[in-house]
Design a protein. Structure first.
Length: 197
């Protein structure tokens, strides 16, 4: 089974006032960090950029050069339409060659290889079409989608992201506990909280 990874990094970070993808955490930018984690578990990784693409792309050049057969960057010109549109854009690019797609964001600080492999194991053993992470009494990203729901993903638009599908497939969901999933970056206060620069 081929599991491809989609990293959604097209947002403008409007609440933060600067590109969150370029914040540094433990010596790396957030976009570099999540890309390296994705490459550790997946043979095909697609990063979708939008706002601030010209600022973010140069920080990924070394990783692209080192992983030319595995890593691709695409620009979603319609990023302002919201995360749903960015998600459908990315899935459309990956769908032909993937049996499943793992969706990640760049600003969840504690996503690691161990978590993603646990998700893949749960996915393989459960035969369920969706496996999501559970934190703060909800199911959310990272999320792993089987190809049987790709058509639904490609029909998303606007700000309606994967949560629409979690409701639709509520009786066919697997989950993996991830208490630290709540640790993400949205505001200037989060920079101090997590010691980001």
């Amino acid at each position: 089974m081929k599991i491809s990874t989609l990293i959604l990094a097209a947002g403008s970070s409007s609440r933060l006032g600067r590109p969150k993808q370029l914040l540094r955490f433990e010596g790396k930018t957030l976009i570099e960090r999540i890309t390296q984690v994705a490459l550790s578990v997946s043979d095909q990784v697609l990063i979708v950029l939008g706002a601030n693409e010209t600022l973010i792309r140069p920080h990924l050049e070394a990783l692209v050069l080192a992983n030319t057969s595995k890593l691709e960057i695409s620009f979603n010109a319609d990023w302002e339409e919201g995360m749903g549109k960015t998600l459908s854009f990315g899935v459309e690019k990956l769908a032909k060659n993937a049996d499943a797609i793992l969706v990640l964001l760049s600003d969840q600080l504690f996503v690691d290889e161990v978590l993603l492999r646990k998700m893949m194991q749960t996915f393989a053993e459960s035969n369920l079409p969706i496996v999501a992470c559970e934190y703060a009494e909800q199911l959310a990203v990272p999320i792993l989608f089987d190809k049987t729901v790709f058509a639904d993903l490609m029909s998303l638009n606007g700000d309606k992201g994967a949560k629409v599908l979690l409701k639709k497939y509520s009786d066919k969901l697997g989950s993996v506990p991830f208490p630290l999933g709540i640790c993400d970056v949205d505001t200037p206060e989060d920079l101090k909280k997590y010691e980001l620069s």
